[in-house]
Ligand binder design. Structure first.
Ligand code: PHE
Ligand code: CO
Length: 283
């Protein structure tokens, strides 16, 4: 069954994935034979560059889990990763042609399935790509699915997404995804570190997010975060900081229905807006 492609935010290009290959749940088999030698080489070079940047900038849990991805000199097969991932946390990765709509996305996460785009960027996009590709999805997201507490958080996000959809609160909830799973920072013993996939898979934003004096860094707080708009095509101007994955898990345990009501009654905040009295966290 053919499904429609999805675009989030403004973009001049249509999404490049072939949605005709996807089933009704938007998943597709990883088309491994379609990868060229150049594709494998792009993956190898992206991995090598990014892995070298991690010390002192990526969270300990991420660095510890990265080797679980397996091969780094070619694009891995999803089945190879799934053998280890399923054993570690009961999660599995599934192929998708690109971004998928909210309800199928939440449904996959609620069932401990993480959608991974199966195509890789072109060499011209080596430094920056707006759409997620296989490198972003695998390198950025999959290592922390080996972490039991973080893996539980992502599943609960999917369950919460289905509830938010019924309450017309997807936009509010998606900001929490953006500022944690994609662009989250964590305060560790040795200082601030990145755990968000959008940071960890970006050569430029990793150092910027953790060390630049430019963006503001503030403690993660549900309502504050859900009010804050975000930019999809530039480095973030605000990062939200947690102290542990357990804190993230516990903070999101309560029913969000009253939180959504309060957030919807408050004005939105711009991506770079400062809130008076808010504690800034030094880089
Ligand atoms: N507690 C949220 C709710 O009741 C669900 C949720 C959990 C959302 C974790 C995001 C992250 O809707
Ligand atoms: Co992502």
């Amino acid at each position: 069954m053919a499904v429609e492609p999805v675009v989030y935010g403004a973009s001049e290009r249509p999404p490049r994935g072939d949605y005709g290959r996807a089933g009704a749940d938007y998943t597709c088999a990883q088309d491994y034979d379609s990868y060229t030698a150049a594709d494998h080489d792009t993956y190898r070079r992206l991995y090598e560059r990014q892995a070298a940047l991690l010390p002192g900038l990526a969270s300990d849990a991420f660095i510890a889990a990265l080797p679980s991805l397996g091969v780094k000199d070619r694009i891995p097969r999803f089945e190879e990763i799934n053998e280890r991932l399923h054993q570690a946390t009961g999660w599995e990765i599934v192929g998708v042609p690109g971004l998928i709509p909210e309800v199928p996305f939440f449904t996959l996460l609620a069932n401990r399935k993480f959608p991974v785009t199966d195509w890789i960027r072109t060499p011209q996009e080596f430094d920056y790509i707006v759409e997620p590709d296989i490198f972003h999805d695998l390198f950025g997201h999959v290592p922390l699915l080996f972490n039991p507490v973080f893996a539980d958080y992502v599943q609960r996000y999917g369950q919460g997404g289905l509830k938010a959809n019924e309450r017309g609160a997807c936009e509010q909830l998606s900001r929490l995804y953006w500022y944690t799973i994609e662009f989250g920072l964590i305060r560790e013993r040795d200082g601030l570190r990145a755990y968000g996939a959008g940071i960890l898979s970006s050569s430029g934003e990793l150092r910027y997010a953790v060390t630049s004096p430019e963006p503001q860094r503030v403690p993660l707080a549900l309502e504050r975060t859900m009010r804050t708009r975000y930019k999809i095509d530039s480095f973030q101007q605000t990062y939200f900081v947690i102290d542990s994955f357990q804190q993230l898990f516990d903070m999101t345990a309560p029913d969000f229905a009253p939180v959504y009501e309060r957030v919807k009654a408050l004005p939105e905040l711009a991506a770079d807006e400062a809130v008076p009295g808010e504690m800034a966290i030094a880089a």
